[in-house]
Design a binder for this molecule. Structure first.
Ligand SMILES: *[C@@H]1O[C@H](CO)[C@@H](O)[C@H](O)[C@H]1NC(C)=O
Ligand SMILES: *[C@@H]1O[C@H](CO)[C@@H](O)[C@H](O)[C@H]1NC(C)=O
Ligand SMILES: *[C@@H]1O[C@H](CO)[C@@H](O)[C@H](O)[C@H]1NC(C)=O
Ligand SMILES: *[C@@H]1O[C@H](CO)[C@@H](O)[C@H](O)[C@H]1NC(C)=O
Length: 817
């Protein structure tokens, strides 16, 4: 009995062992793959087998990364029909298709191989690309695969996969999102290439367009400027008689990356696996902001994220229904100021910096020049606009639009030109028209223009002399017309002791700051702007006057300015308690700030920022809010300083982007640091960082924790998720009665620093949340969550780069060409 028993056991073992150590990448027709067994690709990158997402107990067959501990499924076979129970198996049937059956033998899923010839010895192999292929045993040529999983994507596009159509077979490869992280069945979103004459990549939500990436312009999808050539990815797009598809690859093949259509976040996300930190880092995500909402601004409207409202009519167009437009219902779009009558007097105005309009009704010719394109468009009355189909090498090819132009936006960078049809009376000067009348008009306009210019110039000179005289007479400022005291250089110089080092208070983003004392004893702070401002004197003055009108109890008051030759200085009220950072980050001085003081400071800063964003006529975006830019008066009331600085000092405030990123790492929102896109929401991000710093008394940048390498945001987020946020303050406040308020502030701080600008609250809502105790939404993951990087150690020897961080890494990564 014993012998029989042990014999039985060893037979069982013999039978079980090979199963467990099974690590082949291939099975043949006689070897079904049952639940519990897996296929592993040759180099061990991917694994195929049975899995159950969440705790549903439903079984699916899928492919995931073998070496990544965060289980990441990239493909699912039977996504719409799970197996109950565990005795299912995947096998090649006699007809040479791949089938999945349940324990009763009924077929749950099959590959439907449509090959006419019966395959010879078919085998199923999992490749290191993540592709599962069915092929003839002897034939390893990718052209002759009987079937491959890359042709039937789930929600993930791996490097080398194609998104798009094979026109000869009618196969259309598109991504569709999972319903939710526990349910791989097809969700609401699909990402596909629409086969218009000028093909367009778009995400659809059920049967309506949700977001357009735009047509491929030779370098990238027109609406996704971040697809520009970069050191990490290689993108390509093919469009010919046989195929239309998009694909990408990694320049460094040892990196791991995936693109996923995510229903939870309603976006296309591109992740890179960070080996050292063992997590998926979000490299890019689209849509980025409200302007990416499909067709938001209607026909002939364009979305400008930095404008208010964000929808604007194209130049020479006006809202179709001004009433609706004014209550932010832009759906009816815009109409021409002057209707087209379609004669040969029409011409085209050039618009620049655009995401190209919806290309559903277009016509393309790859070989025409821009001139030929223009001529052809002019001849056809229904042609509304044209441009080059391919922008590489100065542009080539022709694309024409035959419909209202919809879903355009102004891009911060890498936007495109579009030539829009206009009646003769609306043509820009550059718009070439050979009509003599137009030429005459131009000449007349030019003459009037130059006469005006001369008059203005004379007036300016006269004014200048006049003001100078008056100033000399009075010895003081000519303030009536400036509404702002203009101090002379001598007064300022002597008040600051000739800008002596002793009187220097610090160095700000735009130059040093000095303390001065006027003859009457009034103390002032003088900001001496560095000389390389790109701005003219007049604009500078205008801006300063505007800023001087901003008055709020939580803003530092601008008292006057001093302009003489190259010197430009701003004179502020002097605040004896210096800046907030000298308190909260100081071991001893921080004791003077109990919780009530801190809360008072937080609320004050929030109100000051709200005023800048909403209540003042200027709607100023601060762009460099940080602890050292908040000053404290003698009663420890906070006052924001340096606001509006970006305006008079060369920053282009009317655009939503800038080449010159002013600001401070550690406080900068990801979209600002990376793409130069600023908005009130990037200020909200900085406010969130500042709030967390005030609450915890720790610096975001330079934050150190012995157990991990997260920055303060990452640390706060981790503790928050683990439901132990009080460890953040770690006995900082003795009075435990305030803990509720402390927790609420941490919660609000995390809401402000969320990765996506659209998730962050606006300041009026922040002020509301601070002042009430209603329920708050759950925060999502913050932007710039990690801080350290192995490079930091390498670079820490050079003093300049002492706090080199992952933030800067991603900046250079994304901005490099
Ligand atoms: C398999 O068959 C049994 C008996 O007919 C039935 O009770 C069971 O529900 C079936 N299982 C599946 C998964 O169809
Ligand atoms: C590619 O990436 C790996 C790991 O990510 C790195 O070790 C290697 O140096 C990189 N190779 C190149 C050529 O950049
Ligand atoms: C989708 O987004 C959610 C939240 O933004 C995230 O938790 C999840 O991991 C993402 N899914 C995939 C497949 O990356
Ligand atoms: C204008 O172009 C449209 C679209 O290609 C075409 O259907 C129509 O026939 C053209 N009209 C003329 C007059 O060429």
């Amino acid at each position: 009995m014993d012998i029989i028993c042990s014999l039985f056991v060893s037979i069982e073992l013999l039978y079980v062992l090979p199963k467990i150590s099974y690590a082949a990448d291939t099975i043949s027709a006689s070897q079904p793959l049952s639940d519990g067994r897996t296929l592993i690709s040759k180099q061990g990158s991917f694994e195929l087998g049975f899995f159950s997402p969440g705790d549903s107990g439903e079984k699916y067959v899928g492919i995931w990364y073998k070496n990544i501990p965060v289980k990441t499924v990239v493909w699912v076979a039977n996504r719409d029909k799970p197996i109950n129970g565990s005795a299912g198996a995947l096998m090649i049937n006699t007809a040479g298709s791949l089938i999945l059956h349940d324990q009763n033998g009924s077929i749950v899923w099959s590959s439907n191989a449509s090959s006419l010839k019966l395959p010879q010895n078919p085998v199923l192999q999992l490749l290191d690309s993540g592709n599962l292929v069915l092929r003839n045993e002897k034939d390893d040529n990718s052209e002759s695969y009987l079937w491959q999983s890359f042709d039937y994507p789930s929600d993930t596009l791996l490097p080398g996969m194609k998104l798009g159509s094979d026109l000869s077979t009618g196969l259309n490869r598109q991504l569709s999102s999972w319903k939710n992280p526990d349910d791989p069945s097809a969700g609401e979103f699909t990402y596909r290439i629409d086969l218009y004459s000028y093909p367009d990549a778009a995400v659809w939500k059920l049967s309506s367009k949700y977001f357009r990436c735009g047509p491929w312009n030779g370098l990238r999808f027109s609406g996704v400027p971040e697809l520009k050539p970069n050191p990490v990815f290689e993108f390509s797009f093919k469009s010919n008689q046989e195929e239309v598809y998009f694909t990408y690859d990694l320049k460094n093949k040892s990196m791991v990356s995936r693109l996923v259509l995510n229903q939870t976040s309603s976006s296309i996300e591109r992740y890179v696996w960070i080996e050292d930190e063992q997590f998926w880092k979000l490299y890019a995500s689209t849509p980025k902001d409200n302007c990416d909402v499909y067709g938001l601004c209607g026909a002939h409207g364009t979305c400008v994220i930095s404008e208010s409202p964000i929808c604007q009519c194209l130049e020479k167009f006006k809202p179709k229904s001004p009433e609706k437009w004014n209550i932010m219902d832009w759906s009816e779009g815009c109409i021409r100021n002057t209707p087209l009558n379609c004669g040969n007097t029409d011409g085209f105005n050039k618009f620049t910096g655009l995401k190209l309009p919806d290309s559903a009704n277009t016509w393309v010719n790859e070989s025409m020049t821009l001139e030929e394109c223009r001529a052809k468009c002019l001849k056809n009355c229904s042609c509304m606009a044209y441009t080059n189909a391919d922008i590489r090498g100065g542009g080539s090819g022709c694309v024409m639009w035959f419909d209202d132009l919809t879903d355009m936006r102004q891009l911060a960078a890498n936007g495109q030109d579009l030539y829009i049809r206009m009646p003769a009376s609306e043509l820009d000067h550059e718009g070439q028209s050979d009509r003599r009348a137009v030429k005459m008009l131009v000449i007349i306009a030019a003459t009037i223009g130059s006469v005006c210019a001369i008059l203005i110039f004379c007036y300016y000179i006269w004014r200048k002399v006049n003001v100078q005289e008056r100033r000399e007479n009075s010895g003081e400022a000519g303030n009536e017309d400036l509404e702002l005291p203009l101090l002379d250089l001598a007064t300022v110089t002597s008040s600051t002791n000739n800008f002596s080092d002793d009187s220097k208070l610090g160095e700000g983003g735009f130059g040093p700051v000095y303390k001065g004392t006027l003859a009457d004893g009034q103390e002032i702070a003088v900001k001496r702007l560095s000389k390389n401002s790109g701005q003219g004197l007049k604009e500078f003055k205008n801006e300063v006057i505007l800023i001087a009108k901003l008055q709020h109890r939580n803003l530092v008051r601008l008292l006057g300015c001093c302009i003489q030759g190259e010197e430009k200085m701003l004179v502020y009220e002097y605040l004896p308690n210096k800046s907030l950072d000298s308190f909260i980050f100081d071991q001893t001085k921080c004791k003077r700030l109990d919780w009530n003081r801190r809360f008072h400071i937080i609320c004050g800063i929030a109100r000051g920022l709200l005023y800048l964003h909403q209540d003042s006529r200027l709607r100023i975006i601060h762009r460099d809010l940080k602890a050292s830019n908040v000053l404290l008066d003698h009663e420890m009331n906070p006052k924001i300083s340096d606001f509006g600085m970006a305006r008079p000092f060369g920053g282009d405030q009317t655009e939503g982007n800038t080449n010159k990123v002013v600001g401070t790492f550690g406080y900068m929102a990801p979209e600002y640091a990376v793409d130069g896109l600023f908005s009130i929401k990037s200020d909200v991000f900085s406010f969130g960082v500042l709030l967390l710093e005030i609450v915890t008394g720790k610096k975001n940048r330079g934050f150190f924790h012995p157990n991990h390498s997260l920055n303060l945001l990452g640390h706060a987020w981790t503790l928050w998720k683990e439901e132990r946020p009080l460890e953040l303050i770690d006995g900082l406040y003795e009075d435990s009665s305030s803990l509720f308020e402390v927790l609420r502030c941490i919660h609000i701080g995390l809401l402000c620093v969320q990765q996506h600008p659209e998730d962050r609250p606006i300041m009026s809502y922040v002020v509301l949340m601070l002042g009430s105790d209603g329920a708050l939404p759950q925060p999502k993951q913050p932007g710039f969550f990690i801080n350290r990087n192995p490079l930091e150690e390498v670079d820490s020897s050079s003093s300049k780069n002492k706090s080199y961080s992952a933030n800067e890494i991603s900046v250079t990564l994304l901005n490099a060409r």
